[in-house]
Design a protein around this ligand. Structure first.
Ligand code: SF4
Length: 258
């Protein structure tokens, strides 16, 4: 959207239907669950408008929860395509650690057990019921959020937060959400100076109060320029080394999958 999206407010309703951009089967390409075969549910709209954002999330349809769940179930059970096998082989070559059951993948009824709810901003919509249904059906559920909104989700839901900048400052993560976050993921750019480092968005206080250290992933911004992207990777490498952080590459882009 490259900052051109309309900023949408959080919605208040029962969550019997959600605005969905797309639902598709793929592999998680980044962060703590990298390499997991997944079903992605991309929800429509965002409450921020970041100028580097390359995700399309503004042409969505309202779909009932029942239909969304049916689609997720169908995709999670779908047989592997030739492309999936190619991706699996490439992941193995990259030494990506896959969940143990993947070794027996062909015999599994459910081929993709991870559901990633992303956006836009997924917490803009009331996804509590959706998450509850997925957990009840035995899915592992991961949310990718910008950290500015809160929903009271089941504790089983894994929350990955990628903080964003407005007016040259990182948004602090809401304390109620921060207490629930499983990992922080910062986007890093050598040329977009706002994103040339990362900041305390509240994680230091959590560590001081509870002793819990939230893992930090650093991910090079994709700026659609080979030289800029190489500079971004180099910056990520040096920041990760200095700060004991984890490098996250968007491997789906290297593998040519969405
Ligand atoms: S918060 Fe995320 S989805 Fe929303 S505009 Fe920024 S990068 Fe894009």
């Amino acid at each position: 959207m490259f900052g051109k999206n309309k900023i949408l407010k959080p919605e208040i309703h029962e969550g019997a239907s959600l605005k969905v951009q797309e639902i598709f089967a793929t592999f998680q390409g980044e962060g703590p669950f990298v390499g997991y075969p997944s079903v992605f549910v991309r929800l429509g709209g965002c409450n921020l408008a970041c100028d580097f954002c390359d995700t399309e999330f503004d042409s969505f349809k309202e779909i009932s929860l029942e239909k969304i769940l049916k689609k997720v179930e169908e995709l999670s059970a779908q047989n592997l395509s030739k492309k999936d096998f190619f991706v699996l082989q490439e992941l193995k070559k990259m030494n990506i650690i896959l969940p143990p059951e993947i070794e027996n993948w062909l015999s599994l009824e459910r081929k993709r057990n991870l559901v990633v709810i992303t956006g836009g901003e997924p917490l803009r919509q009331p996804i509590e019921r959706f998450c509850e249904e997925l957990i009840r059906r035995g899915f592992l559920v991961q949310i990718e959020t910008n950290g500015t909104l809160f929903r009271n989700l089941l504790k089983e839901v894994k929350i990955i937060c990628s903080p964003k900048i407005s007016d040259k400052k990182y948004h602090k993560i809401r304390p109620d959400l921060l207490a629930r976050i499983d990992a922080l993921k910062f986007i890093i750019s050598a040329s977009n100076l706002d994103y040339s480092g990362f900041a305390d968005v509240g994680q230091n206080e959590i560590e001081e109060k509870t002793g819990r250290k939230i893992p930090i992933y650093l991910q090079p911004m994709d700026e659609y320029s080979e030289s800029k992207n190489l500079d971004n990777i180099e910056l990520v490498r040096s920041l990760a080394e200095k700060n004991n952080a984890i490098i996250s590459l968007q491997i789906h882009k290297y593998l040519g999958i969405s």
